[in-house]
Design a protein around this ligand. Structure first.
Ligand code: PNS
Length: 176
């Protein structure tokens, strides 16, 4: 039996926690779809917003956390948090057994594959789990939504309402 299998068996009776990490700048309906799918497998999902002040973002990490919390409406199995440093260290601290990543198209694969292998090298006890977003969200990304929103494009069916309201504050041209 490998070490990974041993540790999996050891944890089998415990609550299964997964981390869903990302920039979430901002949260989209595609992300929400992934969270819902993850909850079919795991008991608890921690949505972990990367706090990286050197990375340019539209929303601060506090704003991103607030939007996610508002969108999740206090739904118990979903926790929202920020993290910095190594993701696998954060996962270890939270006793998580898996890291969730959403997969939209083949173009996502190479980067995700590289990241998953590095994460496994750094912590073999945390598994990477890739979930396909619903077909409806295949073209949805935070960047494309920001791009459309800044020029007034209607993105109202691509983000939860609390995110739409925050985008409207940032981009006065946006009138959904
Ligand atoms: O939404 P994103 O920007 O694609 O999320 C990327 C994220 C936050 C998952 C990734 O950058 C990350 O895990 N950063 C923390 C540092 C780390 O552990 N990197 C992976 C090993 S190199």
């Amino acid at each position: 039996m490998t070490d990974t299998k041993k540790s999996g068996a050891k944890k089998s009776g415990a609550k299964k926690i997964a981390i869903y990490p990302g920039s979430f700048d901002p949260l989209t309906n595609g992300h929400v779809d992934v969270i819902e799918r993850a909850l079919e497998i795991f008991d608890e999902v921690i949505v972990a917003v990367l706090h990286n002040p050197s990375k340019k973002s539209l929303f601060t990490s506090e704003e991103r956390v607030e939007m996610i919390k508002d969108s999740m409406n206090g739904f118990k199995p979903v926790q929202v948090d920020t993290f910095d440093g190594l993701l696998v260290e954060y996962a270890r601290m939270k006793n998580a057994v898996a890291v969730i990543r959403g997969m939209r198209a083949i173009s996502d694969f190479e980067n995700e594959f590289q990241m998953a292998l590095m994460n496994r090298k750094l912590n073999k006890d945390v598994q990477s789990v890739f979930l396909m977003t619903g077909l409806r969200w295949i073209f949805t990304s935070s960047s494309i939504i920001k791009e459309a929103a800044q020029f007034g494009g209607d993105i109202s069916d691509m983000v939860p309402t609390p995110v739409k309201l925050k985008l409207m504050e940032k981009f006065p041209k946006l009138n959904c």
